[in-house]
Write a protein that binds this ligand. Structure first.
Ligand code: BES
Ligand code: MN
Ligand code: ZN
Length: 504
């Protein structure tokens, strides 16, 4: 999709469709008012007839409105003016994209970014416009058969070009900067969605490693892939134990975006990259097991965030670490009862081979020490228990440092990609006691997401660390099954804030 910033009159700007807002109680937005005037009250007449009441999530398409250059006009309900917030604004954008998704209007001109939204600058409104439009218009059709002509036609439908209008000529420059931010974020989000949605026979550990290398070449950052032999030398007994039941070789991906000052300690992002989680010998039940292709969404979000910050050319030192493998049952697979030696030296009793995420992350957390990080944030589809605790709205946030936790919480709020701070008190630690090793890999049914975080905390003692459990937020199930690209917005906001504060 192409975007450009305009500063024009709604009646003059030529497109296939002008998009304008109407509040509940039938109050017209400024752009709608202007169109009502040039059309001799055409819009107010329609509202009087009761065909559009301005409620949120409603739209009405009009054709050939007198005095207006564009042949179509889409009225978008905005809800109550007094309640028109960032959230309502995004809702209106989504409704407009949806309304045009199956129509013939390919060049649209939106005036929604002119709407006043509490505390939002024109720059932020335009960034949200690009981001939300691309999120709503996203389709995963990379591997659908394309021979069928009717399918091709379908692919052509919807918005191809969007003009985003701003009220003042003086806002154009800011709006362009906002557009660039929004596009960079959208491209990382879309990349993360694609990686998640790809089938597990395509998106293997090797594939993820290749994607990292391609991205690094394109944006000129360093990428290193460690193979099994090197991982053995490093002593990553825990990571390798998870991979040993699979025919797919494990990969350990290291990406280095070093655009901050030379002496600036880096932020390290660690992403769980299980490209398929069968549970291993502790095999999962069959229902919905296909969704365990999304068990690499932590890795996908780290790759997506790297794409975004590369496109932004963000002035910050950031390291990305992705341990990636499959968790399969096999004659050589790890058994319940096996004791592993992690890279840190801590021994781990495997009581359930399905608690594999923490087993690959713990070695990555130890590896992260060598970068002397200012903070380490790991991202993982770690526990079903987190979905039970928080559902599909909030990511679970755990940390050994409250300042870091608050920084991430704020970034989540600001980017509409929210997390919720969960407790990680020492009281929970004894649940991981083992009779046969330093630590067990599970802590029982109670507080499952917390004991998983407690397990990771044992390997993150040397730096400020946070853990994001995205099991409930990384993808959607059911009819709308698909990756969400979360938490790329949260991570990006967090890193942008760090880059801004390091400038001061
Ligand atoms: N990848 C799963 C977690 C998961 C399950 C995420 C369902 C989203 C939906 C993880 O590897 C796992 O299997 N965790 C176990 C841990 C248990 C054995 C302690 C779980 O949550 O059941
Ligand atoms: Mn598992
Ligand atoms: Zn898993």
């Amino acid at each position: 999709m192409e975007f450009s910033i305009k500063n024009d009159n709604p009646e003059k700007l030529l497109s296939d469709c002008v998009i304008i807002g109407v509040y509940e109680s039938q109050k017209l937005s400024n752009a709608a008012l202007a169109l009502d005037n040039v059309s001799g009250g055409y819009l107010s007449n329609i509202l009087k007839r009761g065909d559009m009441d301005g409620k949120a999530d409603t739209t009405l398409m009009l054709h050939n409105v007198p005095g207006v250059a564009s042949e179509r006009m889409l009225l978008v309900g905005l809800g109550k003016e007094s309640e028109f917030s960032e959230k309502q604004y995004c809702k209106a954008i989504r409704a407009s994209v949806k309304a045009l998704s199956n129509g013939g209007a390919s060049k649209a001109a939106t005036f929604l970014a002119e709407l006043p939204v509490k505390q939002l600058s024109a720059k932020r409104k335009v960034a949200l416009m690009a981001e939300t439009t691309l999120d709503a218009a996203y389709r995963f059709d990379a591997i659908k058969r394309k021979k069928d002509e009717s399918k091709k036609e379908e692919a052509k439908k919807g918005i191809a070009t969007l003009y985003i209008n701003v009220t003042l000529a003086s806002e154009v420059k800011e709006a362009k900067a906002g557009l660039a931010d929004g596009l960079a974020l959208a491209s990382g989000v879309s990349f993360a969605k694609d990686l998640g949605n790809l089938p597990p026979n395509v998106c293997t550990p090797t594939y993820l490693a290749e994607q990292a290398q391609t991205l690094g070449k394109k944006h000129d950052f360093k990428v290193k892939i460690l193979e099994r032999e090197e991982l053995k030398k490093l002593g990553m007994g825990s990571f390798l134990a998870v991979s040993q039941g699979s025919e797919e070789p494990p990969k350990f991906i290291i990406m280095q975006h070093l655009k901050g000052k030379k002496d600036q300690k880096p932020v390290v992002l660690v992403g769980k990259g299980i490209t398929f989680d069968t549970g291993g010998i502790s095999l999962k039940p069959g229902a919905e097991m296909d969704e365990m292709k999304y068990d690499m969404c932590g890795a996908a979000s780290v790759l997506g965030t790297f794409k975004t910050i590369s496109e932004m050319d963000l002035a910050l030192n950031v390291i990305g670490i992705i341990p990636t493998c499959e968790n399969m049952p096999d004659g050589r697979a790890t058994r319940p009862g096996d004791v592993l030696t992690s890279m840190s030296g801590l021994t781990i009793e495997v009581l359930n081979t399905d608690a594999e995420g923490r087993l690959i992350l713990c070695d990555a957390l130890t590896y992260a020490e060598r970068f002397e990080p200012s903070a380490v944030v790991d991202v993982a589809t770690l526990t079903g228990a987190c979905v039970i605790a928080l559902g599909h709205h909030a990511t679970g946030l755990f940390s050994n440092n409250d300042d870091l936790a608050n920084e991430l919480l704020k970034a989540g709020e600001a980017s509409l990609d929210r997390a919720w701070h969960m407790p990680m008190w020492d009281d929970y630690q004894p649940l991981l006691d083992s009779n046969f090793a330093d630590i067990a890999n599970i802590g029982g049914r109670a507080a499952g997401s917390i004991t998983a975080a407690c397990f990771l905390s044992r390997f993150a003692k040397k730096y400020d660390w946070a853990h994001l459990d995205i099991a409930g937020t990384a993808w959607k199930s059911g009819k709308e099954k698909g990756g969400t690209g979360r938490p790329v917005p949260l991570l990006t906001e967090f890193l942008v804030n760090r880059a801004n504060s390091s400038k001061k």
